[in-house]
Design a protein around this ligand. Structure first.
Ligand SMILES: Cc1ncc(COP(=O)(O)O)c(C=O)c1O
Length: 354
């Protein structure tokens, strides 16, 4: 048994990894664009502008048989998604001279509003490029902050081209939604909180889109607790991370219509090497299972989540054999639900029955 120092509180670590193995793993982690120290610094930097979100312990969730189940509720984060963490860290890391130039991003999802909010907090301009097919709730979140999104065609090429054009004409600094070291480090801070809030977990399931959240999580967890299994969760209709690990190169998404709109993106040049080296497994959930999990979570835990945010729970339900006897933390990554119909049926039948 050993104790790791974590913030002001020591974290107990029952299964100490063999020393040689731990050192090799740490050498490996130190090669990446993001180091453990970056995640620790990010937590200190963003403490005043993001919430330490609650963890719910869940007992008797229907059809789930595990030794322990906890939900890390990033759907209750500012802006209702973990994205506040990476965006705040990136914006707060800019020097004054850089910050004056403003920031720009392209995003169809939660990073758009998260970056807008972080820029407003720092008092600098933000230019937000969003595809025309972005979820209404995500476009409105940016508008509510007083920023009109710059709309572009719904292709990666069109998004990147418009963001480059904005960079060229305004001098703004690009804060990529996932392929950016400060964004990855910021996203890893949720995992530091989890290790403190549930020290006796043995498995953590995290959704994967471009891989910023999963990469930051891996840097944090595999440094402090290499015995904890980290599993990436993605939809079967956006299984590019699963295929990328099989082929050894970044695979494109083959479809663009998964209900989990935040997870449709392929991995990036910074996130792929981290995930390939450190993740234990990527598992997929069907579209049907994701939709069902969204409704069930509203019914059984009274939590509003968006489909992207509930994919880790859907994976747990679809692969029960992998998690039997495990003490599992599921990261619920967002709550910006565009279609309330996904929860109203399940919720109203639940209210009558419960
Ligand atoms: C709710 C939600 N979960 C997960 C993700 C995936 O995050 P990443 O691109 O860092 O893998 C996103 C991305 O937009 C998201 O909005």
């Amino acid at each position: 048994m050993c104790w790791y120092s974590f913030g002001n509180r020591p974290v107990r670590h029952e299964q100490q990894p063999e020393e040689g193995v731990a050192i090799l793993q740490q050498d490996l982690i130190n090669q990446f664009a993001v180091r453990f120290q970056d995640v620790e610094c990010a937590l200190r930097r963003i403490r005043t502008c993001v919430r330490k979100t609650p963890v719910l312990d869940v007992v008797g969730y229907p059809d789930i048989s595990v030794r322990g189940l906890w939900l890390k509720c990033e759907n209750l984060q500012h802006g209702f998604a973990f994205k506040a963490r990476g965006a705040c860290n990136a914006v707060m890391s800019l020097s004054d001279a850089e910050a004056q130039r403003g920031v720009v991003t392209h995003s169809s999802g939660n990073h758009a509003a998260a970056l807008a909010r972080a820029a407003i907090q720092r008092g600098i301009p933000a230019y937000i490029v969003m595809p025309t097919n972005s979820a209404r709730v995500k476009l409105e979140a940016v508008r509510r902050l007083g920023i009109e999104p710059l709309l572009c065609e719904p292709t990666s090429a069109a998004r990147e081209q418009m963001a480059s054009e904005v960079q060229r004409t305004t001098g703004a600094i690009l804060i990529h939604p996932f392929n950016h070291p400060d964004v990855i480090a910021g996203q890893g801070t949720a995992a530091l909180e989890i290790l403190e809030q549930v020290p006796d977990l043995d498995t953590l399931i995290v959704p994967v889109g471009g891989g910023g959240l999963l990469s930051g999580t891996l840097i944090a967890v595999k440094t402090l607790r290499p015995d904890v299994q980290v599993i990436g969760a993605e939809p079967e209709w956006a299984d590019d991370a699963f295929r990328s690990l099989q082929s050894g190169k970044i695979e494109p998404a083959l479809r663009t219509d998964s209900v989990a709109d935040g997870l449709r993106t392929p991995l990036g040049s910074l996130t792929f090497p981290i995930i390939r080296s450190l993740v234990d497994r990527i598992l997929c959930a069907s579209e049907e299972q994701i939709l069902r999990a969204t409704g069930e979570l509203a019914r059984h835990c009274r939590l509003i989540t968006e489909p992207s945010g509930v994919v880790p729970l859907a994976v747990l339900q679809q692969h029960p054999e992998v998690f039997a006897d495990r003490r599992v933390v599921v990261l619920i990554s967002g709550g910006n639900l565009d279609d309330p119909g996904l929860i109203t049926g399940s919720l109203s039948s639940g209210l009558q029955a419960d």
